[in-house]
Write a protein that binds this ligand. Sequence first.
Ligand SMILES: Cc1cc2nc3c(=O)[nH]c(=O)nc-3n(C[C@H](O)[C@H](O)[C@H](O)COP(=O)(O)O)c2cc1C
Length: 303
Amino acid sequence: MNPLQTELCGLKLKNPLILASGVMGSSVHSLNLIAQDAGAVVTKSVSVGGREGYRNPTVINWKCGLINAIGLASPPAVEFAEELKDYTNESPLIISLYGYTPDEFRMLVETFDSALPYPHGYEINLSCPHVSGAGYELGKDIELSAEIIRAVKGSTENPVFAKISAMHDYIELAKALEGVGVDAITISNTLRGMKIDIVSRKPVLSNISGGVSGGAIKPIALKCVYDLYKEIEIPIIGCGGVTSFEDVLEFILAGATAVQIGSAVYYSRRIFYSLKESLIAYTRAYECRIDELVGAAHDSVNG
Ligand SMILES: Cc1cc2nc3c(=O)[nH]c(=O)nc-3n(C[C@H](O)[C@H](O)[C@H](O)COP(=O)(O)O)c2cc1C
């Protein structure tokens, strides 16, 4: 019996490690490679019409992680759906969607549901911090976010996750989305930040500011998971700064059913393999299954 096997909203995951949206771009080839070891993979966020994104530089490799303002560059949904037909399906695929209105999200779900021959999930991007009118700005409006989730849930049988931000009023937002039937909450996206070049005396990113990811945001994302576990019943997917198996365990003990990994893939394509092997060793040493540990840090506080 695989001690890492996890169930997430009806999806069977061989382990709780999920590729976070965006870091591997929009190529199905990269998703196929990561899916060999990851429990699930999330695509780059995609919209109805696609977007060119910002001009370079769009990603800074900073000492505690990355700062990016790619600007949600992606192909149009119909084109991307065609590419995803070559997904090998070694792990469940989650398609990350962004848009501006409930209708657009409904159209996106219909496009992928009619094109893809295998079951899949959706992650609704309510949290990208650097595109005006999308992502984070939608999540700030709790009513609109709830309307988007209602529209998506009404159009698909596949599981739907909402990806929100530590910068949101995340407890209130997550409770509202749970109330309209979202299947899981992913928290967090990148958090707003910037870097200035001291020689040119200008912001480095072409968009001036971007989203900070990696080690710098881990304690913040971890606290969000811990807080949400006390407030909602649906599964939580932790995301932010995971680079080691200890980080994965912290998120699970805080209450995450699964954990997403983004920036760490930038440094090592083998990260999923090495995390998985270390987690297996941990479960053997402590004679436990990974899903028994979800939220266990709360027991020690309460008991
Ligand atoms: C280069 C890059 C591109 C990203 N693109 C997306 C995206 O398209 N949609 C999204 O929801 N999150 C996107 N993210 C955010 C990640 O999915 C993740 O939420 C964030 O990086 C925190 O996780 P990490 O610290 O493990 O990287 C991107 C992050 C990076 C670094």
